[in-house]
Design a protein around this ligand. Sequence first.
Ligand code: F6P
Length: 319
Amino acid sequence: MKTIGVLTSGGDAPGMNAAIRAVVRSAIYHECKVYGILRGYEGLVNAKLKEMNLSSVADIIHRGGTILQTARCEDFKTEAGRKKALNVLEVFNIDGVIVIGGDGSMTGAVKLNEMGIPAIGIPGTIDNDLAYTDYTIGFDTAINTVVEAISKIRDTSSSHGRVNIVEVMGRHCGDIALYCGLAGGAESIVIPEIPHNIDEICRKIIRGKNRGKLHSLILLAEGAGNAMELAKIIEEKTSMETRATILGHIQRGGSPTATDRILASKLGARAVELLLGGKSNRAVGIKCNAIVDVDMKEALTIEKTLDMDTYNLASILSI
Ligand code: F6P
């Protein structure tokens, strides 16, 4: 393996830059040439790439977003698009590719392997929705961003004696809502994995008010409902002023936490080691605090399950 390509794809996540840095620096350390492929698979299909050196990744470990930029590419999902990508890889003599992204990006990486290009996946998404790894790069930063926002919402919410619904991202996964609900002391956590009962949520709010609570906070995962609609129903049922806040893309930005930078650095270095060791179709991740690598195609078939201990604990503590 002499030349490696690296790309970021799908929604960006804080810590992706730290992962790019780790890939580029480890590859150069092992005397490889590295190309940064711009805008994910779109850059691969349209030959948008640049050679990276040690300075290309200087001063980025602390920066959110991705210096390689990212995109969701429809072209690569077609055979014609993938053929173009293969030509580009041949022209630039790229022997293997490291893909940083979520499940859609890894599905693309599996395709690369099937086309005979060794590819390794690094989990980069705020959603934490990949079952084979305990954490994905970006999740820790996103939950810290949300918890900081919740603290601010609490201040105004208790001044006015209101109920506040905070809607967070996560697509079909409730992890951001679950962990932030626990860390932010939410009364209720509404996530796609567990059916919710509006009347039970309202009873909790009213019980809290009757024992002198100044406000109520509900964490809602985007995959479980709509904050505005939920706020309307709760206001009607509890007669308490209710507001909804949709945090949106603020959750995807910001300087990555130390935890995300460390995870990204370790995963980036492991991905390079795997490619140089002749491995392909592996997804790297973290399990019980150890860096692991697993078959990427199989990893994508594992169904993500909710951490019920955390959910039950959050329910007990918000009684
Ligand atoms: O996958 C990351 C994510 O932020 C999801 O949580 C969210 O549903 C989606 O991307 C939003 O995508 P976009 O940035 O394309 O609107």
